[in-house]
Design a protein around this ligand. Structure first.
Ligand code: GDP
Ligand code: MN
Length: 355
């Protein structure tokens, strides 16, 4: 589940990471106004690039504030209109840096990624320019912090930098995050670090140990786990074991799975339709693998459900369907009547995906 900026920053504040002072969190019907200026008025959409799109405005008086507020509520950014606007005290900035934490699954460790030029142009940097540090034994080592302080051209701030990195790391681990990005990390005139913007993605699968989680984006049910919002291959399977094996096979084929989804012991039209709806939120998905083993459930029933579900969408990503077991020959016939192929194994599906 992806948090909005104000939600991410409240989480950071709880872990003692310095963030700008929150002045207001506005809904469209809210009447409050800031009592002091300048403030920054920020569209709370779950997308980056708000600055460039006009969704972030620094305002100096209440007229500018009213205009900014109206413009931002009216403006759609990357397909999202904000329900919420964050108003913060403006920060006096000397420098904008970039820090993020991700899970590097190849080395099974959390990785810190940094760049000396943060801010709205960060995507224009070549990926080789980013510094990467694998975090081992519960913290980042001092040598890495010293090196990073040099890269940032603030060797005298190594100690303070080490502190904020440790606090961010703790936020990441204790919140069961899969991504935490600070862009920009402000360096202020009086030599402080402040998280200017923050994106956090939490692991839906960890919901059971965070009864306090309450965010605008609702966590999915336990059977659906977001793996990568930019993944290209969505997966649907029955049974947790088969669902995990499907995700693993996609990774092994060198592709990025968007999700884990276990639709359980039966596969009805309603379930398949719901699954497609969830998957269609991920804009990069170009293929859906449906991997069902017909034990109690009959493959031709599943095939019918897939065919019926497909009719409810004007366009779907490519479907790679593997049904095996009970009544799979009947399923193959039904699917072929709808121009769909039935694959005998997951490997056959993956061959179609060879990058
Ligand atoms: P994004 O474009 O969606 O990533 O939104 P950000 O929250 O990162 O804001 C974009 C840019 O606005 C930042 O890189 C800063 O340059 C600028 N900005 C945001 N808040 C402040 C602030 O309090 N003070 C100053 N000086 N600039 C700010
Ligand atoms: Mn940003």
């Amino acid at each position: 589940m992806r948090l909005l900026e104000y939600e991410s920053k409240r989480l950071l504040r709880a872990f003692a990471v310095p963030v700008p002072t929150e002045v207001l969190v506005l809904r469209e019907e809210s009447k409050e106004k800031p009592s002091a200026f300048p403030v920054v008025v920020k569209s709370q959409v779950p997308a980056g690039g708000r600055g460039k799109a006009g969704g972030i405005k620094i305002v100096h008086d209440s007229n500018e504030y009213q205009a900014a507020r109206e413009a931002i509520f009216a403006q759609e950014i990357k397909g999202y209109k904000p329900n919420t606007i964050l108003v913060e005290e403006a920060v006096d900035v000397v420098n904008e840096l970039y820090l993020s934490f991700i899970i590097n699954r190849e080395v099974a460790a959390i990785e810190l990624i940094a760049h000396q030029e943060g801010g709205v142009e960060v995507e224009s940097h070549d990926s080789a320019e980013f510094r990467k540090y694998t975090i081992k034994n519960g913290g980042i080592d001092d040598a890495a912090i010293d090196e990073l302080a040099d890269v940032f051209n603030i060797p005298e701030k190594a100690f303070l930098l080490g502190d904020i990195i440790q606090q961010l790391y703790e936020t990441f681990v204790k919140s069961d995050a899969t991504l935490l990005e600070i862009n920009p990390l402000f360096l202020t005139h009086d030599g402080q670090f402040i998280a200017g913007d923050c994106k956090i993605v939490l692991d839906d699968a960890a919901l059971f140990r965070h009864p306090d989680w309450s965010f605008e984006d609702k966590p999915h049910d336990a059977n659906f786990i977001l793996l990568n919002e930019f993944g290209s291959v969505a997966t649907i399977a029955n049974g947790a074991g088969l669902a995990m094996a499907t995700v693993d096979a996609v990774v092994a084929a060198g592709l990025t799975p968007s999700n884990f989804l276990d639709i359980g012991g039966s596969a009805t039209t309603e379930q398949i339709v719901e699954s497609f709806k969830k998957i269609l939120k991920f804009k990069n998905v170009d293929t859906i693998i449906i991997n069902i083993f017909g034990g109690i459930v009959q493959c031709d029933t599943v095939a019918k459900a897939i065919i019926d579900s497909q009719k409810q969408f004007s366009s779907l990503p490519r479907l790679l369907i593997r049904l095996s077991g009970n009544r799979s020959e009947e399923a193959a016939k039904l699917l072929s009547q709808s121009q769909l192929h039935l694959y005998q194994s997951l490997n056959e599906c993956l061959k179609e995906l060879a990058p």
